[in-house]
Ligand binder design. Structure first.
Ligand code: FPP
Length: 237
């Protein structure tokens, strides 16, 4: 049972990042096509984003499609892109729910209509004051750092002027706080090129539950564990 008062007084993480893994295995367990797993994963993503907004989380970043995911069969890639299209067509929902949405990643190679839908969704929700929802799409942590380095070179910044902040300010997440809590369901214990610069001091939570089954109660268990951790950032307390 939740103690409502304790729940209100706890210090939530500021920024949760989730690797939404296990859709394929979820479908396989039910003898369904992988597309059914992604559909269930997408529905769960919406529920979890709504829940995070409800409890007052400030930032949620989800891994929807990595720079490596293009290696999947063409029809699976198309299926994931179509799920995204449908989601984006409901862009007004973000505004109605007071969720500010932003896409991070190299969006350039995406289909033109998806890029337009993304722009609309970002513009539409620009002034929302609730959850900042980042969706990582064609995202890779190393790719992101390469992009940042290219910008630094293009801007002709002198080596002696380059600090950690110089790089941080040129990542897709510029201006956002680093994730302080990274969650990966589905029994895998890897970061898979996700937010590798930003996660330097993050806490981690791994769970065997497959993403479509990862419900608010599982998120609550993870957050409770986070709240009990002693974060020292390399110092002493
Ligand atoms: C990983 O599971 C999941 C993905 C690569 C795709 C995630 C995409 C969604 C949940 C839909 C995104 C939609 C929106 C609207 C953001 P997997 O396929 O690698 O699972 P497996 O490891 O069990 O095969």
């Amino acid at each position: 049972m939740f103690n409502k008062k304790a729940k209100q007084n706890r210090k939530l993480p500021t920024h949760i990042a989730i690797i939404m893994d296990g859709n394929g295995r979820w479908a396989k367990k039910r003898s369904l096509p992988r597309s059914a797993g992604h559909a269930a994963g997408s529905k769960n993503f919406k529920d979890i984003a709504r829940y995070c907004n409800k409890i007052g989380l400030k930032y949620l970043t989800v891994y929807a499609f990595s720079t490596e995911n293009w290696k999947r069969p063409k029809e699976e890639v198309e299926n994931i892109m179509n799920i995204l299209r449908e989601y984006l067509k409901d862009a007004k929902n973000f505004k109605d729910e007071n969720i500010k949405v932003k896409f991070i990643g190299d969006l350039q190679p995406l289909d033109h209509d998806i890029k337009e839908l993304i722009k609309d969704a970002e513009n539409e929700s620009e002034n929302a004051t609730g959850l900042h929802l980042n969706i990582a799409l064609n995202y890779g942590g190393r790719d992101e750092i390469v992009h940042a380095v290219k910008k630094i070179v293009e801007e002709k910044i002198a080596p002696e002027d380059i600090t950690e902040q110089t790089i941080t300010d040129r990542l897709y997440t510029a201006g956002h706080p680093d994730p302080d809590f990274i969650i990966r369901p589905s029994g895998e214990y890897r970061l898979s090129n996700y937010l590798i610069w930003q996660s330097a001091y993050a806490e981690y939570w791994f769970s065997d539950v497959l993403w479509p089954d990862f419900k608010p109660k599982h998120l609550e268990t993870a957050i409770d564990a986070f709240c009990g951790r002693d974060r020292r950032f390399g110092g002493v307390k």
